[in-house]
Ligand binder design. Structure first.
Ligand SMILES: [Zn+2]
Length: 531
């Protein structure tokens, strides 16, 4: 039987960005958009052009994605024409494939918040959809507070959805904006809407205020909706939005949905899901939820004892899906079989295939385990893992030694008598027989150290000219009685490759130094610099 297409609409960069403590830069947004595109979502809603400088610059140029890049904004204001509403004009000018309008669909809100009539609200929906269609955009309408609106005045709520659909909107999206609707209500109301508007034009946008945003999304699909809106890791205002990281594997791995529906996420992309989820956490500089369904570190962890021996014999005895399907791993505290096969697969991937009985493999596993126990994070720091593996397997040339470094932070008055803080680093390197001393000033001590380290690498300098640091993240970990600092550095080079390195120390400069060194050595290895 042919499966029906179900569409995924991601709003991490719009609704997700409204979460407390989430503040995406333009670079973050571009990184996440790319991540979502590789994952295979159908729509990436990237923001609200005109509302803030980041979103405006995001939509100022064409951002080539496979997904429909979607701009969000309001329908025309009451009492104005579409061409005479600056907000709407900015939205229509945005470099986007699709436009998602938000409009009231609760009579109470129309009266109290908009202070206008129901007729004018419907006219605003029609005019806005028409204007966006005329500009060649695919159009979606988010019906704000739809479920509360339906409970208050069903005919009006449905008329709002219908107005957009009749005018040619590809999707009308029923939003549980307050997040208080329960799954059985969602199922009943979505079914009623789908009786009037074809379900393959109906979407669901659920918030998590009763911890049921994912369940509400599935309830809507059961009732006929064919688009699910959500965010990575359930980011979003208040308690968050429906979590696509939980929805995607359920759609792909549970027969109830997998047999009936097809989504844009391939099996191979599903296998990277845990990585995608953790990448977002790293970008936000927050610890990943260990207990997150499917992707959490503990999602497939089984304690020692009878469970563990049973799970080794037959994983299905204790696992509802195979962890590898979502890029996670089985964790057993008695033997690290999962770790071994993961590491073997990773070594294979980076071209360092070793025999599974090679004693060096055991040493590498022990080393990773020991280092992770003191705070290193190799899952996030792919390049540091690769260097560790290459070192243990004896395949990293000895490029240079750092004989010493010195970092100095000084607060003083400048020539105009104003207080300034100046950071300066001095690095003494030995490159072959050559001794190189470099001095650099930077915005802060780490920046100064980075500049000094990369200023002169002697005969290797030409190999690192394209190296650039793109991100620097610090987390204080509580390792027993003493706090340690973990630094993750993301680098890129002239080929567009990106890699992450890690350093751990009680001293932040030292942790940063380790991560900087790994990045430089990784770049030298990658560029094939001779020993
Ligand atoms: Zn929302």
């Amino acid at each position: 039987m042919a499966r029906e297409r179900l569409y995924l609409f991601d709003t991490t960069l719009r609704d997700g960005a409204q979460m407390n403590g989430v503040d995406f830069t333009l670079a973050d947004k571009l990184t996440i958009a790319r991540l979502l595109d590789e994952l295979g979502v159908d729509y990436v809603e990237a923001g609200y052009p005109g509302a803030n400088p980041t979103d405006t610059s995001f939509f100022a140029e064409r951002r080539p994605l496979k997904a429909q890049l979607t701009a969000f904004g309001m329908t025309r204001r009451p009492g104005r024409s579409a061409s005479n509403d600056p907000g709407l004009v900015a939205l229509l000018d945005a470099q986007a494939d699709a436009i998602c309008f938000v409009a009231k669909s609760w009579d109470y809100h129309v009266r109290v918040a908009l202070e206008t009539t129901e007729e004018e609200n419907l006219a605003s929906i029609r005019d806005s959809v028409r204007a966006a269609k005329a500009r060649g955009r695919e159009v979606l309408l988010d019906c704000e507070h739809f479920f509360d609106g339906y409970k208050s005045k069903p005919a009006f709520a449905v008329a709002c959805a219908k107005a957009a659909y009749d005018e040619g909107a590809r999707w009308v999206v029923l939003c549980d904006t307050n997040g208080g609707t329960l799954p059985h209500e969602v199922e009943r109301i979505v079914a009623a809407v789908c009786a009037k508007t074809p379900g393959d034009h109906v979407g669901i946008h659920a918030h998590n205020d009763t911890e049921q945003a994912v369940a509400n999304s599935f309830a809507a699909v059961r009732a006929g909706a064919r688009q699910i809106q959500g965010t990575l890791n359930g980011l979003g205002e208040r308690c968050g939005n429906a979590n696509l990281v939980s929805i995607i594997p359920t759609l792909k791995l549970k027969a109830e949905y997998a047999d009936r529906f097809e989504i844009g996420v391939s099996d191979e992309a599903l296998g990277r899901l845990a990585r995608v989820s953790h990448t977002l956490d790293e970008l936000l500089n927050r610890a990943a939820d260990r207990h997150a369904p499917y992707v959490g570190e503990s999602a497939f962890a089984t304690k020692a004892g009878i469970h563990a021996s049973a799970i080794v014999k037959e994983p299905a005895t204790y696992e509802h899906v195979a962890p590898e399907r979502v890029g996670n791993r089985r964790k057993l505290l008695v033997s690290d079989q999962g770790g071994r096969s993961n590491v073997l697969a990773e070594l294979d991937r980076i071209g360092l295939a070793v025999d599974k009985n090679d004693p060096r493999l055991g040493r590498l596993l022990d080393e990773v385990k020991e280092r992770e126990a003191i705070g290193y994070a190799y899952e996030a720091a792919d390049a540091s893992f690769e260097l560790l593996a290459r070192r243990l397997l004896g395949r990293v040339p000895h490029y240079f030694d750092v004989e010493k470094f010195d970092v100095n932070v000084e607060k003083r008055n400048n020539a105009k008598g104003e207080p300034v803080t100046v950071s300066q680093a001095v690095v003494k390197l030995k490159v072959g027989e050559e001794v190189v001393i470099s001095v650099a000033e930077g915005i802060g001590p780490v920046n100064a150290l980075d500049l000094a380290l990369r200023k002169d690498l002697g005969k290797y300098q030409s190999f690192i000219t394209g190296l650039e640091l793109t991100d620097y993240r610090v987390r204080i970990l509580n390792g027993g009685t003493q706090a340690v600092t973990r630094v993750l550095i993301e680098s890129t080079d002239e080929t567009g490759d990106r890699w992450t390195t890690v350093g751990v120390s009680p001293n932040i400069i030292d942790a940063s130094f380790q991560a900087l060194m790994d990045s430089i050595v990784y770049k030298l290895v990658k560029s094939g610099a001779p020993a």
